[in-house]
Design a binder for this molecule. Structure first.
Ligand code: MLT
Length: 337
């Protein structure tokens, strides 16, 4: 199916983006942590168009980008309590509610889009979906594939972990990511996503990491000069629905919701593959960012960060969980402790 993208006036985006005028429709609210544009928005608008089409306009979705409905972690709580229908957010902001999901944010496990697709669309993804229903009261309907997280900063080119010395780096409130930076020798500042741009702008922090597409959508190039072309975590951004909301639907509508999630996921993968290289190019050519290659093929970063894996075996469900994931990716089990 060819999906038409909607052109939405800026004035509408401030108040939330309504995708239908049908007065009889059941209108669902969808929170987005990111600004309009980028992978969260692609997944969200695609799902909204598909579900409206599949239900003949009985369900419409109104998008609230830019953290208007709270921080990404708040939206998990709100959806869990039935105060919000849908949210698209980074996987690292679900982990605190459902720790087994942390296997997806262990550094250097997912090494690119194909790994991300293999895991999310296979048994691992299914098991994590069931776990988030159990632990967090939200159901993962689909995935935005946003690309590798790249370190940006405003101070200097960073090629090795030692170059981080003295820099104040923002990280999500996620124990695994905090630990990775500690392994690289710095004490990062955990900060909600909704506060990150302002913190960078005001110089409260010097840097952060997120994929090229997110750096562009959030206009981080206005406040950051250097990007390290690293890939320590691949950013997956699930679309979640309140499990209470899902269970309140008829079996037929549930089926349509699941289908719309799967089709939107496929679109998200294609969007990443088709746009990431151009966006990376634009960040340097149009916005003047400097891209730095990690020294020694990133080996020092990898050695230090993968050293934290054993610290998280308990929370992800044991070393065997990580080994299952590595096996699904055709890789060797993690080294014995
Ligand atoms: C974060 O850094 O908290 C998230 O990755 C941001 C996002 O949702 O894009």
């Amino acid at each position: 199916m060819r999906i038409q993208k909607l052109i939405i006036p800026v004035a509408a985006s401030a108040a939330g983006l309504a995708l239908s005028g049908n007065a009889m429709a059941d209108e669902w609210k969808m929170a987005l942590g990111d600004a309009a544009g980028g992978t969260q928005y692609e997944l969200g608008t695609t799902f909204a168009e598909l579900i409206e089409e599949k239900t003949d306009g009985e369900v419409t979705v109104k998008l609230f980008p830019n953290g208007q409905l709270g921080s990404e972690q708040d939206t998990v709580n709100n959806a869990s309590m039935g105060l919000l229908d849908l949210s698209v957010l980074a996987i690292n902001n679900i982990t605190p509610f459902s720790p087994t999901v942390g296997v997806m944010t262990l550094p250097y496990v997912i090494q690119g889009p194909e790994d991300a697709r293999t895991l999310t669309q296979g048994e691992v993804g299914e098991e994590l979906t069931q776990n988030t229903i159990r632990d967090a009261g939200v159901r993962i309907l689909g995935w935005a594939y946003s690309g590798c997280r790249r370190l940006t900063n405003s101070a200097r080119p960073v090629a090795s972990p030692a170059d981080l010395d003295g820099l104040n780096i923002r990280v999500p409130k996620n124990e695994i990511m905090i630990s990775a930076y500690q392994a690289w020798g710095v004490n990062p500042s955990p900060l909600a996503w909704s506060e990150t741009f302002t913190a960078l702008q005001q110089g409260v922090v010097d840097g952060q990491d997120n994929p090229y597409i997110t750096i562009d959508a959030m206009k981080f190039y206005e406040v950051q000069d250097y990007v390290t072309d690293s890939c320590y975590v691949f950013s997956l951004e699930p679309l979640i629905i309140s499990e209470g909301k899902f269970q309140s639907l008829s079996p037929e509508t549930q089926e349509l919701v699941l289908e719309a999630g799967q089709e939107a996921t496929k679109h998200s993968y294609d969007y990443l593959i088709e746009t990431e290289a151009d966006i990376k190019h634009r960040l340097t050519e149009e916005h003047g960012m400097e891209i730095i290659q990690p020294a020694n093929d990133e080996q020092e970063w990898i050695d230090l960060a993968t050293g934290i894996w054993p610290d998280f075996y308990d929370s992800i469900g044991g070393k065997e969980k990580l080994d299952e994931v590595l096996a699904a990716l055709g890789r060797e089990p993690a080294p014995a402790e």
